[in-house]
Unconditional design. Structure first.
Lengths: 210, 210
DNA sequence: GTCTATATGCGGATAGAC
DNA sequence: GTCTATCCGCATATAGAC
């Protein structure tokens, strides 16, 4: 942590706390305390709590962008697995965003538009991903199938980690990581996968269900 | 509204406000005002805000229970559509529960166990539903397929309405209702549906994608 | 059961010294 | 840049009269 600016440390600590306890439950006093600075100093760097949230959201956008980029370049199932894993790791690192998204948007309405734009970008990328797989003969799916698959993928990437919060602790350890999330998403595609790509799916199935 | 007790009116107004603006954003003062009573009177009926939330949660459980019951009695696809529709209507009527579930559980940890129990009951019911469809020859799916399908159904029923908040307004009007939610869930089953049951799916597809 | 008035505390934000 | 001290407002919860 030495060498990093106070400003960065505030953002890091905030992210950590927001992820763990939720944005609503973490006060600015708390952030200051855990950063080992005074409330006044915190206010020097960020005039409002909203500014902290907004900065973190921008970082989230920056972290997700290359994942979506990668998604539009796939040509095989294991590419998909990789990009899904990347994406879920990014979302996991900023899980406070989708954790209670309704509250976040209610509190800071300015984030509604960028949040929706992000989801829309995700939808477009997912659609492209499915279309490419279909073109490559990995997927056998109609236009309508692809549309629904893309929607399923976006829904899953945005909401999965919120859902794991609702599964009992023992099951949660099994479902909580980005690995299972990626596997889960792949199973959405699996009924449409044809040819030797199935082998890869079966390999993953053994890994996550065995 | 005449004839209903003040206590019931408080619960109704709270539900309405919680659903619309989120539990965190609605104060007890606000509830009192909208119920046309004083804060003191509110406190006479419910000592704490938590008691209101807990009571509403119990009502939610009561509303969901028959839906899960119905789910375990299906034998054809249109039964599924009916029970899904029922379920989504129930969840929609109490959408504040899953709206920011992480916040709710953080604020009132006593609800964590009942909430997880509810999700688990939903999972068991979904599993049973899929198994019955498979036994009836409507679904062609392995044990592992059924396990994942059940998980997909639970995930969708609990998180779908939170997700719709993230789609832009024009798309939202299309996706927001219980009808589309039920259709979406059915498409998760559709790749496994065999025989004449497909006709029903195509009928629904025309209705929701056309 | 219902009211008015108020206690109490917390969270966001700020002032001003160093 | 960083601190201490503090203001302000809101939300929960309560007291006590009617």
């Amino acid at each position: 942590m030495a060498g990093t600016s106070t400003r960065d440390r505030i953002l890091e600590v905030s992210l950590e706390l927001f992820n763990r306890e939720g944005m609503a439950a973490v006060s600015t006093h708390r952030i200051a305390t855990e950063t080992d600075i005074s409330p006044g100093n915190l206010h020097y760097h960020f005039k409002t709590k909203q500014q902290i949230v907004t900065w973190l959201f921008r970082r989230f956008e920056g972290r997700i962008a290359p994942c979506l980029e990668a998604a539009t370049g796939v040509s095989a199932i294991d590419d998909v697995w990789l990009t899904l894993h990347m994406t879920f790791e990014a979302i996991d690192a900023f899980r406070f965003v989708y954790r209670d998204i309704a509250f976040l948007l209610h509190e800071y309405p300015e984030l509604e538009e960028p949040a929706q734009t992000l989801v829309m970008a995700n939808l477009i990328a997912s659609r492209e991903l499915c279309a490419r797989l279909a073109a490559a003969g990995v997927l056998k799916a109609s236009i309508e199938d692809i549309e629904m698959l893309a929607l399923q993928m976006v829904f899953t990437t945005t909401c999965w980690f919120s859902f794991t919060r609702l599964t009992p602790r023992n099951a949660r350890s099994k479902h909580a990581g980005p690995g299972f999330a990626a596997y889960y998403t792949l199973t959405l595609l699996s009924p449409y996968v044809v040819g030797e790509a199935r082998d890869y799916l079966n390999y993953l199935r053994g890994k996550y269900l065995g």
